[in-house]
Write a new protein. Sequence first.
Length: 235
Amino acid sequence: MISHLIELRTRLLRYMLILILAFVICFWQADVLFSWLSEPLRAALGPHTTMIFIAPHEAFFTYVRVAMFFGFFITFPWLLAELWGFIVPGLYDHERRLFTPLLLAGALLFYGGGLFAYLGVFPVAFKFFFGFASAQITAMPSLKESLTMFMRMLFAFGLAFELPMVLLLLMHFGVVTAETLKANRGYVVLIVFVAAAVLTPPDVITQIMLALPMWLLFELSLLCDGLLKKRGDAA
């Protein structure tokens, strides 16, 4: 037990060193990264959009948060790989053959969720939010609040897109069965929409744009589980 804990600590420390290195590099290019991150917002407001900050330290800590965010986002597959390296010695060969594709799929789904939010959700959400501006109400986006929204939505979509991997693991280990999920599909869909409401800003647009992909990913998980079982029976 002690040796396993030591190995886990070693792997986490190694990941932390990689994360710190990524943070330093990202902080060096924080202004470029923030410009890319806020591009959908500026596109919604126009080319001459500027952001404001009201505290002397706000811009500095915004760049720190940008560097931390991108540092984690970039090194997320490394974290999965370290956790995989810790778990794999205790698995059977057939479990290793299952988990290796799932590891790759987990990283791709995480990035796919973030990319979907950036390219698909951000433009629609910002157009909706800033559509309430008028001659009497001027949009002056805050640096801090805008960054918080960017990161929250990217992480929310990235984590939400991990749903197939989580469900496949639960079904593989017998925690839940595909038949149970199918029989309670209505409750699952309700939970999906509640989770989308919690993870996204309090507006219907972004909630639906997160809930619908999660619902589709849930159905995809059931389909993949059936294909894996047929493949296992055939083998």
